[in-house]
Structures are given as structure tokens and as C-alpha cells.
Write a protein of this length. Structure first.
Length: 264
């Protein structure tokens, strides 16, 4: 599928905080056409901010195009890319130096969408796996295509969370009685809601509203756990629906491979 070209409307970035809209976008998992349709629905300009909550790769047919499209959007509006657990799985599978650890991590990654991701970079996956990732070669002798290297470098730079005066954006469901910057990476990438979250009324002690992904909603609909906690991972790899939330209004936009629609 060809990469999408986006055009800037020549507004300056000083307007982003004052006048622009902010959207958070849930787990994409390689579903490039849904992403393109969702961006068409949002129609961003330079005043706007798009916050991507991670899990760009794995399971879907075109992880490479998803990342390339988000990179292209940086010329259109403010882009904030957060790290998801699947980006970490990909990076660890391809860069971990300890041989047995690399083979174990690669085997795990492949079970959760890694094969589709490798294919999206044009690799003949069966040969690549046996001759490279799952081989007995030292990691520094593994052949990594330049496009993959560039995306792995990007992944290394991605933050785990983004905080504004009113909101916390993060991939997974953080602990609610601990400051976000005091929580470890595993928690922010992998944790799901717990009994403790319910006891705390799904509200972070900071008073900020949490918008997160990671926990796929089987009905394909975003979930308001409370007025202070919203999950927007709508299981695109399974339901075919990718979701964004316009942060100020809390209105949702969804897209599938054919179209998009909006709702409250």
C-alpha cells in the first residue's frame, strides 16, 4: 500500500497550545488503512496535536507504513508518539545481545504479530527467522534492513507518557495512587486495570484524566471507566475499528477500512 502524503496549512506551532485541537489515538497494530481513514476524518492542521498511545506494530498487515505515515504527519501538525509494549517486544527481539535471550524474545514476539511486522518491511519471513533472529548468530551479526534500523532508533527515543495540565496519556493502565514519573516501564507498558483501580474509583490521585490504550475492548467501543479514566484501544486487529478521542470534548472518531464516523 503506498504511503500517504500530507500537506501543511502553514500555521505556526505557537498556536498549538492556544487554539489547536488535541486528539489521542489508540492502538493501531499495523492497520494502515484505518489510520489513513482516521486522519482523513480528523483533517489535522498545524494548530492541532495528535498523541499516539503506542502499539503501532504487529498483527496487522502494514506496520512499516503505519510508522512512516505518523512520521510524515510531523510536517502537518504536532505529533507525540508514545511507546507501547509491542514496540518494545520488536526492539528487544532484534537487538538483545544475549543469544538465548534474543531467541526467546524473538519467539515470543513472533507469536504476537512479529511475523506480519517483518513481512511489512519486505522481508521473506521464514528465511529471515531461521537464518537470522532464531539462528545461533551473535546479535551484532544479524542483518537488519535500513528501514527497520531507522524505526528501531525511533522506538528507542519514544517517551512512556505525556502529561498536560489536565490529562495523562500513557499506553497501559497506570497505578492510580503513585505519580506517573515514579512508575516503572513495565507498569506503564503492560499493566491492566485492577481491583485497586476500582477501589480508587478509576481516578488518579493527581486529579488528571487518564487516556490510555493497551486493553483491547472486544466490543470495538472505547470504555469510560470513570469520568477520569478512558480506554481507547478498540481492538483494531480484531474488530477492525481504530479510535481517536478529541480531548476537550471527549467526542470519539472511529475508522474501519472503508469509512469513518463520529459519536459522543
Amino acid at each position: 500500500m503506498p504511503n500517504q502524503t500530507f500537506h501543511n496549512h502553514n500555521h505556526n506551532n505557537a498556536q498549538v497550545e492556544a487554539n489547536g485541537r488535541t486528539f489521542a489515538i489508540g492502538d493501531i497494530h499495523g492497520h494502515h488503512q484505518q489510520l489513513v481513514n482516521l486522519i482523513d476524518a480528523i483533517a489535522p492542521n498545524a494548530d492541532d496535536t495528535l498523541i499516539f498511545l503506542g502499539d503501532y506494530v504487529d498483527r496487522g498487515p502494514d506496520s512499516k507504513a503505519v510508522i512512516d505515515t505518523i512520521i510524515a504527519l510531523q510536517s502537518v501538525c504536532e505529533i507525540i508518539m508514545l511507546k507501547g509494549n509491542h514496540e518494545v517486544m520488536m526492539a528487544e527481539a532484534m537487538t538483545t545481545q544475549h543469544l538465548k535471550n534474543r531467541q526467546s524474545l524473538a519467539s515470543g514476539w513472533l507469536k504476537y504479530g512479529g511475523i506480519e511486522t517483518l513481512a511489512s518491511y519486505g522481508m521473506e519471513t521464514s528465511a529471515y527467522l531461521t537464518e537470522q533472529l532464531l539462528s545461533n548468530k551473535a546479535t551484532d551479526h544479524i542483518i537488519i534492513p535500513d528501514a527497520v534500523k531507522a524505526h528501531l532508533h525511533l522506538i528507542e527515543t519514544l517517551p512512556l507518557y505525556y502529561i498536560t495540565d489536565t490529562h495523562i496519556f500513557v499506553h497501559a493502565s497506570p497505578k492510580l495512587d503513585i505519580d506517573i514519573d515514579a512508575q516503572d516501564e513495565e507498569c506503564l507498558l503492560w499493566r491492566r486495570t485492577s481491583k485497586r483501580n476500582a477501589e480508587l474509583n478509576y481516578a488518579h490521585h493527581s486529579g488528571k484524566t487518564i487516556i490510555c490504550g493497551h486493553t483491547a475492548q472486544e466490543d470495538g467501543m472505547p470504555k469510560r471507566l470513570s469520568s477520569k479514566s478512558i480506554i481507547i484501544d478498540t481492538g483494531c486487529y480484531d474488530t477492525g475499528r481504530l479510535t481517536a478521542i478529541e480531548v476537550a470534548s471527549e467526542h470519539f472518531i472511529q475508522a474501519n477500512v472503508d469509512s469513518y464516523w463520529q459519536f459522543e
